[in-house]
Design a protein. Structure first.
Length: 571
């Protein structure tokens, strides 16, 4: 199907499954539709099944947006409690269009939960509460992670009840829009058709000794290979070791669950010059799940003792603070937590963890492939054959899941039927009706003004502003700092910094968050006393006073976050 026809169906308000091979323009088509909706002031929720994919789309994970987290089921009581969360209630009830990118990595159970949540919040028995849902992706990617005894047919979301209910119109994009006619694309399409020939095999084998430069990622099928390679490279660095141990608290069994699901290791061993990858999103700090960098040193910290300093591949330098992963009970209270620096060694990573990434260069070993689709996923991470060094592959490496192949054939048939039916039909009336249904504008002058604004800004989301706005929305809804931190998956310290910026830059009234005049007055006196002393050990490089000496002088002893908050109220 041509992108033009797919856009025509999207604009008509159809529920759509947008798919196609690499380079077919799925993301481009989605962005075209998002711009169309925004110009007409239609509320659109942009989400994805993984953090890194969500960032590419300037959105959030579907798990966060729908409030389902990592749950497999939701009771009536769970739904009632969710509706009490003002921020969640507001954006779920307002949404008119939901986009879920990288749909292949969303478990069938989770798509069913999103359907259930929207029905409840929209008070409608229609699929997904009656809003338009667009899912995009490619089911030749690896299936979602499930339980050991689960078959792929139990995990693929096109086998879910929600998928059947939604009656998705399939738009299988077939045009190629790669800037260069790279042979890798021919190989990937041959894998999709399961028609790999001698020439394809020869081209892959010829990359074994290819020079792909010094900056590349190694992809392997097994964790054991990855750990061995990372440890080998770390040991070769002649620098002092710095060890960071996770801080765990709460229910022992739940802590074990966290340890197995969190991508940050329980014990993180680093050295200067170690290659690392971030395993958490933090738009404020400027990194995302999958960002690569190198440790360039370590800095002493008042609160944490020592923190790694990382230089990202784009040249940005960050001092990386710990993040908190947690499990909550039905009342929303934390009953298990795991706090660790959000990094892991990254000379090598598993193919599973590479999903959603785009790599300029990679060394790949498919000799021990154990799951169909692994080879396709690994090879499709690359932009061109010039960036590939393939060390080897076994017979299963280039095979695909039989159910995915069967489904893909059916998707192509359904897409061809839709194209034959709608390619020449004028759907302008339906387009306008859908915009009116969503409460959008059809005023041409207003649409043109909105389009000009979007063009002027390059239509790029300012992540720092977006994340501040999200904190502001929760704060103005009456959330406490700890609750905002939990809701957003950030530390209380980050939320306090948000409030300081919102107060300074947007004149937000933060008086309700004051720790009390007695506390503020005590901190004010200590601050003035330290300022007068002008002792170098009490000051940061930017001239601000360190938190540790202030905390140590408080009586009774205050926590760092309490002091950090009080400083916002000192003129």
């Amino acid at each position: 199907m041509k992108q033009e026809t797919a856009l025509k169906l999207l604009k008509a308000g159809e529920n759509v499954f947008l798919t196609g091979s690499a380079g077919a323009g799925k993301t481009y088509t989605l962005n075209q539709y998002i711009n169309y909706l925004k110009a007409r002031k239609v509320p659109v929720a942009i989400t994805a099944s993984t953090g890194i994919a969500a960032t590419h789309m300037n959105g959030m994970t579907i798990h966060t947006w729908a409030g389902i987290g990592i749950k497999d089921a939701l009771s009536e009581d769970d739904l009632k409690r969710m509706k009490e969360r003002k921020y969640l209630k507001e954006h779920l009830e307002n949404a008119q269009v939901l986009i879920i990118d990288e749909i292949s990595m969303l478990h069938a159970k989770q798509l069913n939960l999103v359907n259930k949540v929207l029905k409840y919040f929209k008070e409608s028995d229609d699929a997904f509460g009656g809003i338009q849902v667009i899912v995009a992706g490619d089911f030749f990617q690896l299936p979602p992670v499930g339980k050991n005894d689960e078959r792929n047919r139990d995990k693929f979301c096109f086998m879910s009840e929600a998928w059947v209910e939604a009656k998705f119109r399939v738009c299988y994009l077939t045009e190629q829009h790669r800037q260069e006619n790279d042979y890798l694309n021919d190989i990937l399409n041959a894998i999709r058709r399961q028609s790999i020939d001698h020439e394809h095999i020869k081209a892959l084998k010829q990359t074994r000794h290819q020079d792909i430069g010094e900056t590349f990622t190694r992809l392997y099928t097994h964790n054991m290979d990855v750990d061995t390679i990372n440890l080998k490279h770390l040991n070769e660095i002649d620098q002092d070791i710095r060890q960071f141990d996770a801080q765990c608290d709460g229910n022992d069994k739940l802590i074990e669950t966290l340890k197995s699901s969190v991508r940050a290791p329980e014990t993180l061993v680093l050295k200067k010059n170690a290659k690392v990858m971030f395993v958490r999103n933090n738009f404020d700090m400027g990194y995302i799940n999958g960002s690569l960098g190198e440790v360039i040193g370590f800095e002493e910290d008042d609160e944490y003792g020592c923190l790694p300093k990382v230089k990202l591949t784009d040249g940005t330098t960050l001092v990386v603070e710990p993040e908190i992963w947690s499990v909550d009970n039905e009342a929303g209270k934390t009953i298990a937590s795991f706090q660790q620096i959000p990094l892991r060694l990254a000379w090598a990573i598993t193919i599973h963890k590479s999903q959603g990434m785009t790599l300029e260069a990679a060394e790949i070993n498919l000799s021990h492939t154990f799951e169909k689709g692994q080879g396709y996923v690994a090879l499709s991470r690359l932009k061109s054959l010039n960036g590939l060094r393939l060390l080897g592959f076994n017979e299963q490496a280039l095979e695909l899941d039989h159910l995915a192949i069967k489904a893909d054939c059916r998707f192509q048939e359904l897409s061809n039927e839709a194209e034959s039916k709608f390619e020449t039909i004028d759907l302008t009336v339906q387009h306008k009706a859908f915009i009116r249904h969503c409460g959008g504008t059809l005023n041409e002058a207003e649409i043109e003004r909105n389009e000009k604004k979007m063009t002027k800004s390059g239509n790029k989301a300012n992540f720092a502003t977006a994340t501040l706005d999200e904190t502001r929305a929760l704060f103005e809804s009456g959330y406490e700092i700890q609750d905002i931190a939990h809701e957003r998956g950030l530390t209380p310290a980050t939320i306090i910094n948000h409030l300081g910026r919102l107060h300074k830059e947007q004149a937000l009234d933060i008086s309700v968050a004051s720790p009390g005049e007695d506390v503020v007055e005590q901190i004010r006196k200590i601050y003035k006393r330290l300022s007068k002393r002008q002792e170098a050990q009490h000051f940061n490089d930017d001239g601000s006073i360190k938190l540790r000496p202030i905390v140590e002088l408080t009586s009774p002893k205050m926590g760092y976050d309490q002091v950090r908050l009080a400083l916002l109220f000192i003129e």
